[in-house]
Design a protein around this ligand. Structure first.
Ligand SMILES: O=C(O)C(=O)C[C@]1(C(=O)O)C=C[C@@H](O)C=C1
Length: 125
């Protein structure tokens, strides 16, 4: 079982270079998402692409999307079976378990991710 010890310091901390900072067009509003998170497309991003990081990200995103689609299919089957048995489409206690797991592993943004996944899988409440 996951714990609630996950921190929520954001994905990137202190890895920006001087050049990155200078080129940055960051729109940060001080929400604690870290430094060096400029949204520009400067040399640092190009260097990462050349090193193969972007293809790896694209590959991971494709897998995440495929997993979300698979999750939606499995979830639909569970919901249909529950409805056919006279139950409801939504099972709130189960959703609380899922929200807790994502929050425990990923912090408060994990909760947001889980809520989005649930919306994708069972529709809006
Ligand atoms: O686990 C279930 O019982 C499901 O129906 C799946 C699922 C989900 O997508 O995670 C979908 C709807 C329910 O409200 C809870 C969870």
């Amino acid at each position: 079982m996951s714990t609630d010890t996950a921190t929520d310091t954001g994905p990137v901390t202190g890895s920006g270079t001087a050049a990155d900072t200078a080129a940055s067009t960051s729109t940060s509003t001080g929400t604690g998402t870290g430094t060096g998170t400029g949204t520009g497309s400067g040399e640092t991003a190009d260097a990462q692409d050349a090193a193969g990081a972007r293809p790896r990200i694209d590959e991971l995103d494709a897998r995440i999307i495929a997993l979300v689609q698979e999750r939606r299919t499995v979830s639909a089957g569970i919901q249909q079976a529950r409805i056919a048995a006279g139950g409801t489409r939504v099972h709130l206690a189960r959703e609380m378990e899922i929200l807790d797991r994502y929050r425990g592993e990923l912090g408060r943004h994990g909760t947001q991710l889980a809520m989005t996944l649930l919306t994708l899988c069972r529709g809006r409440l």
